[in-house]
Each structure stands twice: as structure tokens, then as C-alpha cells.
Write a protein that binds this ligand. Structure first.
Ligand SMILES: Cc1ncc(COP(=O)(O)O)c(C=O)c1O
Length: 463
């Protein structure tokens, strides 16, 4: 394969020359060159193995043989666009429908989470005939211009907030405006959306949609308080808007007991639109919008065809079907429940030993550790994050995030906790020595990579 033929330095030089520099590499100081992967492991060009704690895209495991087989078999027979009648797209839509509340019964297949959210915005606007959108603070919903506009995490660094976008507080009960000690944080945070909608109405504007990740990941692996979504949906509906749940990161059983993370908000809660992506195709570009017959009907009524060249091809849908099969056959949701609980338990024990761990939170294999300098004041420990170099998120990028392939095992959970324990110990020693340089690699504090055969992958930034 081409990438194995080039020396790492050559690959890097070519990349610097040929690829836009805003497409960042993980660990730009000393990039990792991954040449193959299997299950929850990545291998570099020297055969060194890395434990992958964050690839939520390779949901059932990297290069799962059943997925490869399904893709290759269909690729060998037919891969047209979805304007030809074909079984795969309808069989796949039917299988997805079985995972969702009955109301969500119409599907549009697209290629990325961004496309799914862009289409959701179009559907919402077409159905409601309103323009404005309420989003959660620190949210990220994709890289298209329409989605930069509704992603405070991005627009704050760019053109700023559009007049049709309204930002509600992130319902973070660890450090938000209402915390664990509040008698009903779900209601209190929902009321902030109600107030926001009233302000919008006072300006003579109207709400088309409320967009939220079912568990805000870029916001810092936040677990939303109970009752929040149902109450928000009530307020949004009475304003004539629709509720969009972005499940691009959280869907497909990651949370274990439920197939969709919005289901954590109660069996009766049902969004009007659900967007999905990353884990759907296990790395194949497959994404989708699920909605109600009424919303889809309004979209059809505008008389304009919706055509997406690569969305829902026979190969994409064969891959999607195979992913659903593996989730069931390998009981990956059960695994997420068991391994996620074990990992959370170990991390919680670690909290007792390391002052820097302010909070351990999560559900299934969607976990976050929030690092703080001071537990009382909850001052984000952003310095420590630099030394540790694990995957981070949150407004201050001080939340270590875990969303590994769903085949992550008990022994992987134990190894991760040992690694974190060791790094945090090294970090506190480092602080005492006030040395800025790692004693082993003389460069930085991810020297843990050099010191062991298996280490956890240390991506920095979002994926
Ligand atoms: C919550 C969420 N929504 C949407 C997207 C956009 O998905 P994609 O990168 O597939 O366009 C992302 C990507 O990180 C995401 O995290």
C-alpha cells in the first residue's frame, strides 16, 4: 500500500506540502502514522500497537471482517445511486425504523453528519416556515456553512452569531448555571430555553428548530439532566418549532441500555428529527436523517426533488445492515453497559487518588473525565491536558473523552485507567519539579507513548 511505502518523514513532508494546513494532524509535534487497525487496536508503521479510546466511527471495531465482506460483496455486484429501485435501501430503512419510535418513519440517506444536519435544518424550515434556531452553548453540528452558523464552538472563532441563531445555556450540572444541588435542573435548564423563545418572539422572529446533541460531546461529554428534553420539546412545539436530536456521535447503542441517547430522557420522549452519522457505516461515509411523515410531507410538497449522489447506495446500505447485525450478534450494547460501568467505576476510584480529577461522568461507552486545578472552584486544568495529550473536549478542552470502538474490553478499561493513573502521577511530579520538559523524550509529556507496548491513543481535538 502506498502509505507503507513512504517513510514517515516523507509522508509528513508531502502532507505539509499537499494538504490544506487547516486539516490538522493529531499530535502535530510528533504525528503517529497508522497503517493498519483491527478491533480496538491501531498499529503504526513499526508494528507498535495503540489502544484506541476515541474512534466512535469504527463502532463495531476497526476493519471488522463482516463489514469488509458485506461491502466487498455488494461492490462486486452493484453500486448505483438510489434512483434505481433496490432492496438494500428499503431493508436498511426498515431496520433503522425498528430501532426508533414509530413516529420517526421516513428516512433520507446522506454521506456525513454535516449533510444530515444541513438537511434537518432544511426540513425544519420547510415544515415550520420559520427561520430561527435555538442551539446549546459550545455545540458543534458540522462543517457546512449552515452548521457553522448553528455551532457556537465554531462561529465564535469566525463570523460570529447570526441574528437567527439563539444560544441556550449548556445543561451542565457539574459547572453550569444549575448544578447537582439544584432540586430540578432539567426543568430549570428547560426554562432557559422558554425564556429565550420569549425573547425571540419579542423581536418578531419565529423558531423553526431546537438543535441539540442527545449527549453534548463537544460541550464536554455532558449528561443532560432528566426531564430536560421533554420540557424543551413542549416549549419548542408551542412556539411552532421542531426538535432535532443530533445523534451523530451518540447513536447506535453507544449508551448501552438504549439504542439512541435521546431515549435516556424517557420512553415517551420522541424528537421530530433525528440525525445520525459517524458509527453508522463503521468508517464508510454513511449518514441519515429520520423524521415524521408530516415533516417529510411538507418537504415533498415544495416540489423540489432531493437527490444525493452517494447517499443510500447499495454498498452503503449493505454496510449499514452489516453494522446493525454485528451490534446484535456480538452483543455490543451489553458490552457497552458492562465495560462502560467497569471503566467508570475504576475512574471514580482514581478520582479519590488524584485531586485533578474533578468529575467522572458518562453512560455506556460514552465517558468523560473533567480535569480541574481546584475542586471547589472547578478551575479547568488546561495545563495538565497539554501534558497528558489525550483526546479532549469541552469549552476549556479539559475533559478527557472516551468513546472507543464498542468492542473495547474489560482489560482495555483497566489498562486505560493504569495509564491515566501513571500520567497523572507523572504530571504531579512534573509540577513539583517545575520542569517543562519530559525526562524521557525531552520533548513533551506524552512520553508515556515511548515507554510501553500498548498505550492509549492520544488524539487532541475533535473528530
Ligand atoms: C455532534 C456532531 N454532529 C455533526 C458532526 C458532523 O459530522 P461529519 O464530520 O460527518 O460531517 C459532528 C462531527 O464531529 C459531530 O460531532
Amino acid at each position: 500500500m502506498a502509505q507503507e511505502e513512504l517513510r514517515k518523514e516523507e509522508t509528513l513532508a508531502m502532507r505539509n506540502r499537499l494538504i490544506g494546513q487547516s486539516c490538522k494532524l493529531f499530535y502535530s509535534e510528533d504525528p503517529v502514522k497508522i497503517v493498519r487497525a483491527r478491533g480496538q487496536y491501531l498499529f503504526d508503521e513499526n508494528g507498535k500497537r495503540y489502544l484506541d479510546c476515541i474512534s466512535n466511527v469504527q463502532h463495531v471495531g476497526h476493519c471488522h471482517p463482516a463489514i469488509t465482506k458485506a461491502a466487498a460483496a455488494q461492490m462486486d455486484v452493484l453500486n448505483t445511486n438510489s434512483r434505481f429501485l433496490h432492496d438494500n435501501i428499503v431493508l436498511y430503512a426498515d431496520r433503522l425504523a425498528a430501532t426508533l419510535p414509530q413516529k420517526l418513519c421516513v428516512f433520507y440517506f446522506v454521506n456525513s453528519g454535516s449533510e444530515a444536519n444541513d438537511l434537518a435544518l432544511r426540513l425544519a424550515r420547510q415544515y415550520t416556515q420559520h427561520e430561527d434556531v435555538v442551539v446549546l452553548d459550545h455545540a458543534y453540528h458540522g462543517h457546512l456553512m449552515s452548521l457553522i452558523d448553528i455551532s457556537p464552538y465554531k462561529f465564535r472563532k469566525l463570523a460570529g452569531q447570526k441574528e437567527w441563531v439563539h444560544v441556550a445555556p449548556l445543561p451542565d450540572t457539574y459547572r453550569g448555571i444549575y448544578r447537582e444541588d439544584h432540586p430540578n435542573p432539567g426543568q430549570a435548564y428547560a426554562d432557559t430555553v422558554k425564556d429565550l423563545i420569549e425573547d425571540v418572539h419579542k423581536k418578531g422572529r419565529k423558531i423553526s428548530a431546537f438543535f441539540a446533541e442527545s449527549l453534548p460531546s463537544v460541550g464536554g461529554q455532558i449528561i443532560l439532566p432528566q426531564g430536560y428534553f421533554p420540557k424543551v420539546a413542549e416549549y419548542v412545539h408551542s412556539a411552532g418549532g421542531v426538535f432535532v436530536a443530533d445523534e451523530v456521535q451518540t447513536g447506535f447503542g453507544r449508551v448501552g441500555h438504549h439504542f439512541w441517547a435521546f431515549q435516556l430522557q424517557g420512553d415517551d420522549f420522541c424528537p421530530d428529527i433525528v440525525t445520525m452519522g459517524k458509527p453508522m457505516g463503521n468508517g464508510h461515509p454513511l449518514a441519515c436523517v429520520a423524521t415524521t411523515a408530516e415533516i417529510a410531507g411538507a418537504f415533498t410538497a415544495n416540489g423540489v426533488e432531493y437527490f444525493n449522489t452517494f447517499g443510500g447506495t447499495p454498498v452503503s446500505c449493505a454496510v449499514g445492515l452489516a453494522v446493525l447485525d454485528v451490534i446484535v450478534e456480538e452483543d455490543l450494547r451489553g458490552n457497552a453497559v458492562r465495560v462502560g460501568a467497569h471503566l467508570k467505576d475504576l475512574l471514580t476510584k482514581l478520582k479519590a487518588r488524584h485531586e485533578i480529577i474533578g468529575d467522572v461522568r458518562g453512560v455506556g461507552l460514552f465517558l468523560g473525565i473533567e480535569l480541574v486545578i481546584d475542586r471547589e472552584k472547578k478551575t479547568p486544568a488546561t495545563e495538565a491536558e497539554d501534558q497528558i495529550c489525550v483526546s479532549t473536549d469541552g469549552p476549556w478542552e479539559n475533559v478527557l473523552k472516551f468513546k472507543p470502538p464498542m468492542c473495547f474490553g474489560m482489560e482495555n478499561a483497566e489498562l486505560v485507567v493504569q495509564c491515566i493513573d501513571r500520567i497523572l502521577t507523572v504530571t504531579s511530579n512534573w509540577k513539583r519539579k517545575t520542569s517543562k520538559v519530559c525526562q524521557t523524550c525531552r520533548k513533551h509529556f506524552n512520553c508515556i507513548r515511548q515507554s510501553q507496548v500498548v498505550t492509549f491513543i492520544i488524539f487532541r481535538g475533535r473528530d
